[in-house]
Write a protein that binds this ligand. Structure first.
Ligand code: SF4
Ligand code: MSK
Length: 650
C-alpha cells in the first residue's frame, strides 16, 4: 500500500493510474481533479423541482440577514429535506427494482418455466415460508415455492398493512415503527409516495418529509434488499466461507479475461457456469489463450465471490483500471455503479463493453440482453464474443501483480453455525464475548469508494481502528473489497490487527476480525445478525440497545444514503464520511443527527476523518455498554466443583 499517494492507497490501482496517464487515457481520478463540486448543490441548498427554479437557498451565516426562500416560498429546510428524501427514494427504488427481478426469476423457477435455474437452498425456502405465514405441512416444495414467490412479488404492489419481513425485527422495534408511523406498507408504495411528497408544493414540513424518508428506507432494508438477499440465497445457495483472491492481479495475461460488473447476480451466475464449459475452454485454447478467466467487479463480484470463490478484480474506483490493464476481452455490466466513461476507456483498448439489462443501456456499448429463459445461452454468447476478441489486444498488457488471499461468505446463518456449531447453532458465544468484554462491540462498515477522497484509505483506517479496539467488523460492498485487498478478510488478520480480546475470540473460532457479508443488498444480513444478537438475550431487547454502530466512510451512491437511513430507522448510530448532503441546513442536519435519536433511538452523524469517526463509533458502543451495565471489564470466573455444589445448594 502506497500511503503517500493522493488518489489511492492500493498500489495496483496506483500502477494502473500511471499506465492510464502514459496511455493518454482519462479516468475518474482525472475528472474528479478537474470538476469541482458545486458548493450549493453539495450542501443540499439547491432545488430544481420545478421550472421556476433552480432556486438556491443558502442560509446566511450572519444574523439579521433575511433567510432566502425559493420562488414558490419553499424554505431552506423544506428544500434540504426534500433533496435528502429524494436520495432515499432513489436508493430504495434501485434495491427494490433489483429485488423485483430476483422475485420474478424465483417465481418463474418455482413454476418450472425456466430451465437454467433451480431451488438450491430448501432450508432457507422453508424459513421464508414460515416468516411469510405460508403453510408447509406435507405440501410439495414446488407449491410452497410458488406461493412464496407470489407473496414476495406482491410485496412490491402492497398498498396497506405491513411488509412481511418487518415481523423479523425485534418486537420493540416493530412497535416503535407503528407508533411513529414509519412501518412500511409496501415497497413501491413508499418510493412513489416519497417522490410525490417531494414534488413541488406537497409535503412542506421538513420533519414530516424526513419521517417519510425513514419509512421508505425501511421498505428497502426490511423489504427490497431483504427479499433480494433471501431469494438469491434460495436460488444460488446460502454463502458459506470460501477462500479466494482479490485485486487486479486476478486478471491473467495468457487467458481470455471476462470481468462481470454490476449488481444483480442473475447473469453472473450463468457466466460462472458458462466459463466452466469444457467446449468454451477448448474454444479459448483454439484462439491461443491458455483458458478462460472470470473475475468480478463491484457488487456482482461480491455475489459470485461468496458463492463460487470467483476472484475479484476490484471495487468501484477500479472499474476503468481493469480495462487499462489491456487484458480484458469483455466487461459485462447490468445495473448500478457503472461509469459511462467505460465506453471511452474501452475504446482505447480492445475491450468489449457489454450491457446486459433492458433497463441499463450505455451509448456506444454492445447490448446483449439477459433473459430468464435463455440465461445460460446468453452467457455463452458473451463468452464466445470475449474469446473472439482475444486476438484483438492492441495495447501493451500490464497486469499489476497484487492479489491478496481472502476468506468471504459469512451469511448470518453461517456466523450462527460457526459460533455455535451444527447442533446448537446460536449467537450465544458472540453475546457472551460481548458481555464479558472480549468483544467491545459490533460495527457495520459498508459502502462505496468516492473519487473525492483517497481510494480505500478511509475504509482501511476506520476498520483498523475498530478491530484494534476489539470491535468486530461486518462489511459489505466496496468496503468489503477494500478490506480484502489489505488482507483483513483472513483469520490471520486477527493476530496482526485485532485487539487482544477480539483476537482471542477470532482465533478460538477461526474467523477473521472483519467478516465479509456480501453485496449492497446484503446489508439486510447485518440487520438479521443484529436481530439475532438481540433475540439471543443479555444485550437489551432492541437493536438500539446493542453496543453497535454503522458507517460508510467513502460513500457516493444514493443507495448508501438509503442503507444508512434504514440502519438509523432500525436504531443504529450511523456515521458517514467524505461529505454530508444536508450540511447547508442546520435544522435539517440537527434533526437527522439529534432529533432522530429521540424518535428512532438511532441517529446519523458525519465525520470526514475516518479515525475520528471510528472513535465516535467506539464512544457510542461504550455508552451502550454502560447502559447495559457491562461497561466494567469482568474477570472470567472459573467455577470448580465446590463452587458448583454451593450454587446447586443455594
Ligand atoms: Fe424553486 Fe420552489 Fe420550484 Fe424548487 S419547487 S425550484 S424552490 S420554485
Ligand atoms: S458497488 S453502491 S459503489 S458499495 Fe455495490 Fe460499491 Fe457503492 Fe456501488
Amino acid at each position: 500500500m502506497a500511503e503517500k499517494e493522493t488518489k489511492s492507497v492500493d498500489q495496483a490501482s496506483v500502477e494502473m493510474i500511471e499506465k492510464a496517464a502514459a496511455d493518454g487515457v482519462t479516468t475518474v481520478f482525472d475528472r474528479a481533479a478537474k470538476m469541482k463540486p458545486c458548493p450549493i448543490g453539495a450542501e443540499g441548498s439547491c432545488c430544481k423541482h420545478c421550472s421556476m427554479g433552480p432556486c438556491r437557498v443558502q442560509v446566511p451565516k450572519k444574523e439579521g440577514v433575511p433567510r432566502p426562500v425559493g420562488v414558490c416560498g419553499a424554505t431552506a429546510e423544506t428544500i434540504s429535506a426534500r433533496n435528502f428524501a429524494r436520495m432515499v427514494a432513489a436508493g430504495a427504488a434501485s434495491h427494490g427494482d433489483h429485488a423485483r427481478s430476483v422475485a420474478e426469476l424465483f417465481l418463474a423457477t418455482a413454476k418450472g418455466e425456466v430451465s437454467d435455474f433451480e431451488i438450491r437452498d430448501e432450508q432457507k425456502l422453508y424459513q421464508i415460508a414460515m416468516d411469510f405465514g405460508v403453510e408447509i405441512g406435507n405440501r410439495d416444495l414446488k407449491d410452497i415455492a410458488i406461493e412464496v414467490g407470489e407473496m414476495a412479488l406482491a410485496e412490491f404492489g402492497r398498498q396497506e398493512g405491513e411488509i412481511l419481513f418487518a415481523k423479523r425485527a425485534p418486537l420493540k422495534r416493530q412497535e416503535l415503527w407503528r407508533e411513529t408511523g414509519t412501518m412500511p406498507r409496501g415497497i413501491d408504495r413508499e418510493v412513489v409516495e416519497l417522490m410525490h411528497r417531494t414534488h413541488m408544493g406537497v409535503d412542506q414540513d421538513y420533519q414530516s418529509l424526513l419521517n417519510a424518508a425513514a419509512r421508505c428506507a425501511l421498505s428497502d432494508g426490511w423489504g427490497g434488499s431483504m427479499i433480494s438477499t433471501e431469494l438469491q440465497d434460495v436460488l444460488f445457495g446460502d454463502p458459506v466461507p470460501v477462500a479466494s483472491q482479490i485485486n487486479l492481479g486476478a486478471l491473467k495475461e495468457d487467458h481470455v479475461n471476462v470481468v462481470v460488473h454490476g449488481h444483480e447476480p442473475l447473469l453472473p451466475e450463468m457466466m460462472v457456469l458458462a466459463s466452466q464449459d469444457p467446449e468454451l475452454q477448448k474454444y479459448a485454447q483454439s484462439k491461443g489463450a491458455k483458458g478462460l478467466n472470470l473475475a468480478g467487479m463491484c457488487c456482482s463480484a461480491n455475489e459470485i465471490l461468496m458463492r463460487h470463490g470467483i476472484p475479484v478484480a476490484g471495487n468501484f474506483l477500479q472499474q476503468e483500471l481493469a480495462i487499462i490493464t489491456g487484458a480484458v476481452e469483455a466487461m459485462t455490466v447490468d445495473v448500478q455503479c457503472e461509469m459511462q466513461s467505460l465506453v471511452d476507456v474501452a475504446k482505447c483498448y480492445h475491450t468489449k463493453l457489454i450491457t446486459t439489462d433492458p433497463r441499463a443501456h450505455i451509448e456506444g456499448a454492445t447490448h446483449i440482453e439477459f433473459s430468464h429463459d435463455d440465461g445460460l445461452n446468453v452467457a455463452k454468447r458473451i463468452i464466445r464474443e470475449a474469446i473472439d476478441n482475444f486476438s484483438n489486444r492492441k495495447a501493451e498488457v500490464q497486469i499489476p501483480s497484487q492479489t491478496v488471499d481472502t476468506v468471504v461468505g459469512f451469511s448470518h446463518e453461517t456466523i450462527n453455525y460457526l459460533l455455535g456449531g451444527l447442533y446448537r447453532a446460536s449467537y450465544r458465544p458472540l453475546n457472551d464475548n460481548i458481555i464479558n468484554g472480549r468483544i467491545r462491540g459490533i460495527a457495520g462498515v459498508v459502502g462505496c469508494n468516492n473519487a473525492r477522497t483517497v481510494h480505500d484509505d478511509d475504509h482501511l483506517k476506520m476498520i483498523l481502528e475498530l478491530v484494534g479496539n476489539d470491535v468486530i467488523v461486518l462489511t459489505t460492498g466496496c468496503s468489503a473489497m477494500a478490506a480484502g485487498k489489505y488482507g483483513l478478510l483472513t483469520p490471520e488478520a486477527a493476530h496482526k490487527h485485532a485487539g487482544k480480546g477480539l483476537a482471542s475470540v477470532c482465533e478460538a473460532v477461526g474467523i477473521p476480525p472483519v467478516l465479509h457479508m456480501g453485496a449492497c443488498v446484503d446489508n439486510s444480513r447485518i440487520l438479521m445478525a443484529a436481530t439475532a444478537v438481540v433475540k439471543d438475550g443479555g444485550l437489551g431487547d432492541d437493536i438500539s440497545d446493542l453496543p453497535a454502530a454503522g458507517a460508510a466512510p467513502e460513500w457516493m451512491s444514493e443507495k448508501a444514503i438509503t442503507i444508512g437511513q434504514y440502519f438509523v430507522s432500525s436504531g443504529v448510530y450511523t456515521v458517514f464520511g467524505v461529505t454530508w448532503p444536508t450540511l447547508g441546513n442546520e435544522e435539517v442536519t440537527k434533526h437527522l443527527f439529534e432529533g432522530f435519536e429521540e424518535i428512532f433511538k438511532g441517529k446519523w452523524d458525519f465525520e470526514a476523518d475516518p479515525v475520528k469517526a471510528a472513535g465516535k463509533m467506539i464512544e457510542h458502543i461504550d455508552s451502550k455498554r454502560k447502559a447495559l451495565g457491562i461497561d466494567k471489564k469482568r474477570e472470567r470466573v472459573l467455577y470448580d466443583m465446590a463452587k458448583r455444589r454451593e450454587l446447586e445448594a443455594a
